[in-house]
Design a protein around this ligand. Sequence first.
Ligand code: MG
Length: 350
Amino acid sequence: MSLFKLEYKSVELKLWHVFTIARGSKPTVENVFIRMQANGITGNGEAAPNRRYNEDATKVISFLESIPDRFFDDIRTPAELADKLDHWSSSDSSGKQIKSARAAVEMAWLDWWGKEQQIPLWKLWEASSNTGPITSFTIGLDELDLMQQKVEEAAEFPILKVKLGTDRDRQIIEAIREVTDKPLRVDANEGWQTLAEAREVVKFLADQNIEMIEQPMPTDCFEEMIQLKEYSPIPLCADESFEGEEELESISRAFDIINIKLMKIGSVVRAKDLIERAKEAGLEVMIGCMIESSLAISAGALLSLWADYADLDGHLLIENDPFKGLELDEDNQVRLNNAPGLGVKRVGRF
Ligand code: MG
């Protein structure tokens, strides 16, 4: 009999505000939560599948159902876990490349591994501190007065990330600047279609206290983004243009920063290695997220201990977070606690 028991459940997470970006709107997201049990210890993991990457809860569940019996029984270290998952994923292409599901499996195993040793993962991974960068808080697209209201509601956050990529980007920033002078990050989500359009918005943004611009143009406009990087006084960050497999040297021609999201990379262990390699390639690193509960965000928070920027607000956008325990300190820096594993606890049943 298998030592490990794997259970999962898909849960609809409700957003405080309908979340709108350049590609569309959503009032809820369907994430899949998994529980990995062995020796009386439970590790928790979460998949936040995103349609932009052709994933959904059904595909996550198919992935989980296809994991062979006794798969985890001989795994002793995070590296062995990542290697075995890589080997298995590459052995058969039938639906095994669901990255959010793979990330969730690693998360659950790592949480279990830390709990079994009664040590927080950040200590097991020898982070020099339990405190990461200040996280930004995202303001989704909306009517201008509602975006102003959201900015006012986010008074406690020192850095805001504003979704752009519309035909009214200038008005949005002007409206936000009526209510705050905080540093802003902007995310066009591939919304600027031509180099001319992108340059025009960048020119306007140049003196608006903008810390970075995320994914200005569609991923297939790579050559244009190389030219935009030369033009832009504001650092550019690759999100949709970086899914984890791309050559970092190539990415660094068009971008200054990469946004590493666990659900895109599909591996906590590989994401940690990636931070190191990105720095060697001259890139800065931001740890970002999808709309995720405190559980998956805690895995991102762990990675953020080695990163330059954090954009880890997914759990703050949802009303029914099934986990608790992830905290920001008084400066809104990500701070991991001393509880074992990922350091979060399930709230009630779901
Ligand atoms: Mg983004």
